[in-house]
Design a protein around this ligand. Sequence first.
Ligand code: DC
Length: 667
Amino acid sequence: MFETAFLDVPALRAVQGVVRLPGSKSISNRVLLLAALCQGRTVVHDLLDSDDTLVMLQALRQLGCDVTIEGTRAVVDGIGGRASRPRQAELFLGNAGTAMRPLAAALAVLGGDYTLCGVPRMHERPIGDLVDALHSLGCDVRYAGNPGYPPLRIGEPQFRLERPIAVRGDVSSQFLTALLMALPLAAGGQDVVIDVTGELISKPYIDITLQLMARFDVRVRRDGWRRFTIARGSTYRSPSEIHVEADASSASYFIAAAALSADAEGSNGLKIEGVGADSIQGDVRFIEAARLMGAHIDSGPNWLHARRGAWPLKAIDLDCNHIPDAAMTLAVMALYADGPSTLRNIASWRVKETDRITALATELRKLGAQVDEGADFLRVTPPANAAAWRAASIRTYDDHRMAMCGALAAFNPAKLPVRIQEPRCVGKTFPDYFETLFATAMPAAVVPVICIDGPTASGKGTLAAAVARRLGYHYLDSGALYRLTGLAARARKLEPDAAHEEALAELARRLPARFGEQGKVWLDGHDVTTAIRTEAAGNDASRLSALPAVRQALLDLQHHAARLPGLVADGRDMGTVIFPAAPLKIYLTADAAERAQRRYSQLVSKGISATISSLRADLEKRDARDRNRAVAPLEAAPDALLLDNSARSIDDTVEQVLTWWQARQPF
Ligand code: DC
């Protein structure tokens, strides 16, 4: 997941290959609650691992439910049959509506002394209609903050179930879902009837609720979308095993990306695994809407396949009530349409993670679109031509869908990058969204690279790694490749000199190395993370790096490191030879005394002994060799910016490089 303050998505040309999507948030949280409320053990497969499922899991654990997680599999022991459950708890539910509403209803029916709260935005999301319904059936639910909104205090119920319970259906279908899931807990001696007032929105989500309840052995009688009856004696029973479908709304971004992809003939399009057109999720009907706009989509059991069809896309005028979440993706696809598109009947967008109508209108305008918004509609007129597109910094309002849709602007014909602010908000439903996108996407232009070259112990590595972290870019420590080659040579009793040039080059070409998390490196299956950092390894690297065949052999490996969304590379010839077209090149120096001191501290901290004077002599000798060799000598590229960090802190140098980088961005 990208934890950076922003993520710059370079212009994209196409997506292709295969993506496997994470489990649906709506299904995951419903299944977890049902598994917790039932008797017996349930094994849940393909569970989503995200912010919203995490808060649900934490809450269920606090309520005495045993849950063990292994990867995407959860084993839940329900509290249904158990008399003893903690009667008191304070539950923090983040910004997860799919946890707040159903838990509020379930706990109000079970009774106890509970407080339910969330992030500030959660305390702005209405819950009054659900609380009214809970009051009417005799539950004790009080507002601990503003009337009509969480946080809530829950006490013991005094049931009045003789008359139908009325609940509004026109603000959020989650209120009805919450009641439906909770009421079997109260339907001991009599039928319980729920009447929906107002036009029920997001009916497909109610369908998911009913289907999942049926899997747990409670069948609700439905009369149209107005009346729901839970038969007396209904009890949740575990289905033993249950699979969570991939999230159909998450699929929408990849369907859209495929529909926006150039090279339709040359590419095989994108296969999306985990969800098919026969999904129980209403948002899968996004497929129909995307087809209306021109996307080409095939489907089979648990898979979809998408590619570009009509181009430009066709403008639409559509009632989107049945696909509230996925329709946001249509709003971004509308940027690529042949005229203005109107999305109607979307008033519920205003009470989601953010006011999504205003948020999208504001952000799409930044991209060059003309956008009109009304109480319950959005009209998007695309930029008139490629020149009318703007490079925008998209605000995401702590709304995962704003971030995921926003990235689709990267397919713009002007080949402009798009900045996504606070990209970690995708953690709500799809923590690896950007990684998944980058793994299937092809850039529209060369991937941005920042080169940081300089002599030994100038602090390049620390600086480059820090800059990479701040931008969410990959990091290439090119010196490590030479060091690894040297180490591999020593292991094979090869002297790193010109007499063995061909053998050394062959070794470099097939470097038996593996790179892991946090800079870990293995060579021939051994952990050499520390071994490559010794002075001896550095000297061997310096010697063999003077051999042209060795340098040539390491070219591909280095070029391949330039992957989406970008790269920070450090070494001696990053700016001069490996990435000569890089948009930012830094030549980092520090005086020799300072560098010797730094190298000394570095080695000592790793428990390697050394003396400052011999280190200084060594590094001066190494610099001389690196500078004077015939191929790719250490020197600043003509267009490099010089940065002497002898008297500057690391933070200071990092800020300097980021400032230079920002000055080159169009945002
Ligand atoms: O950056 P470093 O100290 O890990 O590099 C070790 C040696 O590898 C260095 O003395 C010269 C060589 N090298 C190179 O020639 N070109 C690079 N891009 C990186 C390192």
